[in-house]
Ligand binder design. Structure first.
Ligand SMILES: Cc1ncc(COP(=O)(O)O)c(C=O)c1O
Length: 361
């Protein structure tokens, strides 16, 4: 991964976004989807930022995907009206009234993968115009139904309770199992969506929406009847995307600026610990992050506030030096920060708030 220029003397630790790279990533994904005639509904859990959401919409995104009611509320408050909560929300307790209120002020789409879950959704959303997408498990073994009859039972329950069934969706998260897993996971997404949609249509449901996507799978060609893609991580990218080949070496738009605060032998310590970098670690990656300026180094251990870096055979940074760290997985990293510094060619342009930070329910 290549480094972009950090601002002079940042107060570390700090997340820094390079605006040119960000806009290039947003533009490239929008163009790819437009060329394929597919709608782009980016997952906003990656950036949690109204500023970035508005840039995605200005570049042609049709609306946003979010994971929680809390995220949806923040984006709705910011004036964004087309929102899909792509998570099997359990609409009991206070969530029911919050969902209904959201449906009254936005074009809301919700998700279910069980009959019990969809009954709760229908109880608060029937008659509001909110649309339902049924979640399919296309191989990630997370949430989602694994057969057309299960999907049909959910669709029938929703329709008879007055909730509009508009489509099916899946997230091929098994694309994260390594480079060789990306293409098969992409094909699994297409196959699951197409086969279940066919059965639901035969049973009388319209199913106009086939929604797929992850950052590795969304840009691939030959995506069958998919009508909408939901990549999220592509706005910033990270060490995992670079390792998967899902982005190029110059496409990582967010890095953590941190200061070398201690040195001993072949290791040194940065002030960006687990409370900055998070502890996400794909089993096939070594360490918690990499330093573009020190390609032999790897973040070997993380404590709350210390990152212990093994320098490997390469050079060592000076004490007090500010270095950039590329995190393994950018989404939880952003959720740990109040704000992001914006740079272009190393010049500090301003700061963006992480508006939906911490909105996990
Ligand atoms: C349901 C759903 N859709 C879309 C995405 C976006 O995928 P990615 O993070 O690969 O961009 C995610 C990410 O976890 C997801 O869970």
């Amino acid at each position: 991964v290549s480094q972009f220029d950090l601002p002079a003397e940042p107060d570390t630790p700090a997340l820094v976004v390079d605006l040119d790279r960000l806009d290039r990533n947003i533009g490239a994904m929008s163009r790819r989807m437009a060329e394929r005639g597919v709608l782009l509904r980016p997952h906003a859990k990656t950036h949690k930022s109204l500023d970035i959401a508005r840039r995605q919409l200005a570049a042609g995104a049709t609306g946003l995907t979010v994971a929680t009611i809390g995220e949806a509320e923040v984006f709705a408050d910011g004036g964004i009206e087309d929102l899909f909560i792509a998570f099997p929300v359990w609409a009991g307790g206070p969530k029911a009234a919050r969902l209904r209120r959201l449906a009254e002020r936005t074009r809301l789409r919700v998700a279910a993968d069980s009959v019990a879950g969809v009954r709760l959704l229908a109880a608060c959303l029937a008659g509001t115009g909110a649309g339902l997408l049924i979640e399919l498990d296309s191989g990630n073994a997370r949430s989602g139904v694994t057969s057309a009859p299960q999907a049909a039972e959910i669709a029938d329950t929703a329709a008879s309770a007055g909730l509009d069934v508009i489509g099916v969706f899946t997230h091929g998260g098994h694309s994260y199992n390594g480079r060789a897993a990306v293409r098969p996971a992409a094909d699994d997404e297409v196959e699951a969506l197409a086969s279940v949609a066919r059965e639901l249509r035969a049973a009388g449901h319209a199913i106009p929406v086939l929604s797929a996507g992850s950052t590795p799978t969304a840009p691939l060609p030959a995506r069958g009847g998919v009508t909408e893609e939901r990549p999220g991580t592509y706005v910033f990218n990270d060490r995992t995307q670079a390792a998967l080949g899902a982005c190029g070496p110059d496409d990582v738009a967010l890095m953590a600026a941190s200061t070398v605060v201690s040195r001993s032998g072949r290791r040194f310590v940065l002030d960006a610990g687990a409370k900055v970098l998070s502890k996400d670690l794909p089993p096939w990656l070594d360490g918690y992050g990499m330093l573009p300026a020190y390609p032999d180094a790897v973040v070997a251990r993380l404590y709350d506030h210390h990152a212990v870096v093994a320098a490997g055979d390469g050079p060592l940074p000076e004490l007090g030096e500010v270095v950039a760290v590329v995190p393994n997985h950018v989404c939880p990293v952003v959720d740990l920060a109040d704000e992001i510094l914006l740079v272009r060619q190393g010049r500090l342009l301003g700061r963006w708030a992480v508006h939906a930070r911490g909105r996990s329910r």
